[in-house]
Design a protein around this ligand. Sequence first.
Ligand code: GLU
Length: 482
Amino acid sequence: MTVRVRFAPSPTGKPHVGNIRTAIFNWLYARHRGGKFILRIEDTDRERYSPEALKNLLETLRWLKLDWDEGPEVGGEYGPYFQSERLDIYHRYAQELVDNGYAYYCTCSKERLDRIRKEAEAKGLPPRYDRHCRELGIKGNPTDTDKVIRFKIPLEGTTTFHDEIRGDIRFENKSLDDFVILKSDGFPTYHFANIVDDHLMKVTDVMRAEEWIPSTGKHILMYRAFGWEPPRFCHLPIILGADRSKLSKRHGAVDVLEYRNMGILPEALLNFLTLIGWSPGTEQEIFSTEELIRLFDKDGINPASGVFNLDKLVWMNSEYIHKMDDEKLLEKLTPLIHQRGWSGFSREYLIHIVSLMKTRMRLLNDFVELAPYFFEEPTQYDEKGVRKHFKKEGAKKRLNLILRAFDRLGNFNEETTEKAIRALAEETGTAAKFFIHPTRLAVTGMTFGPGLFEILATLGKQKSISRIKRAVEFIEKNCEIC
Ligand code: GLU
């Protein structure tokens, strides 16, 4: 039977890494098995619905290239399924349960429900509906706004389901509440819409967060009431922060798109999140998405919670960047370059800068943070650098010597600039570093980066000379001893 899985987010808040890891596992499993991946937006909680969250979610899935296979067609593309567009279906099935004696209309007022909840609390009991309307045989219509429909939980017995990575899980029916399946606003609750859709969409495998384990008993009872075969269940371990507490803002970004803004590559994030809670059984850590599709299966899922380690994500990202070919990396960097307003540079020049910077980058944004001087004149000098390299006796004199030597160079390239500086060091009996460091600071404003002679050759004679002249002026203005 073809595998059919779904990712069923509720657009109530921005998707966090835990939600997206669920999406990734489902997507990889579908691709591995040659099955279908369905995206279903569970937007039945109208009070908590957020259009912003939905937008963010779709953008995240597209960024990670987690494509879905079916859904109503919108503008030549598959839109996701939206539960809010399927209310008629839920009404029909809710009424079917009522007609067959598995559910009932309830007219209890909010005040009454509040009162019994408070009474239960006062007695230290779990807040539970007292089944007041269960046997009243109230007639109604799913669209009635003065009623809800509740599921009739069997009063005795147990309900068991098999979790593929955790084994059998059992519930005492007594512990379950006669929960609402259809609300008075005509919207179904999560539990009901979820199982109706999993059935109608022929979902074979449910992989979702372990927080849903306590709800699965209710789901199984509804499958039975309908006489439907439930899917296979696999509840995924939660993701913890590095200190093993629940992942939250203080462990770094939890909103996935923030990683994009930080300069993390989607393929690196996908690789990283897949390894939280899944292992291929080898030591290998860097995988292409194709490899993950080939290797991913349920037997590699670990029921123990996984840890989100930001340093590891950054390390993985740098591995991806270092291996990426220059052309592809430039393509990824182009939006950042435009954002900075750097324009008018030839493709050849840009590729050259990419090749110089690639091994020094861990995040995409490092490119613009670490190498602005290839695109614009430095407007200030690193403070510590100024103290160490400019405010030093003889610094100005040495820069002037360099200016004179560079001026005389016909060919201004890596070899000739290096030769010129080494010759000056020799002539003056000074270590070459006393020429190299202030020159680097003069042309880049920074104290680190690619080799100085590569930088000089890249900037060319004119820019290098004018930047060194500016540094000399700066020294004259700001430093008495030199
Ligand atoms: N809408 C639920 C959520 O946001 C789906 C849970 C499930 O996959 O059944 O987590």
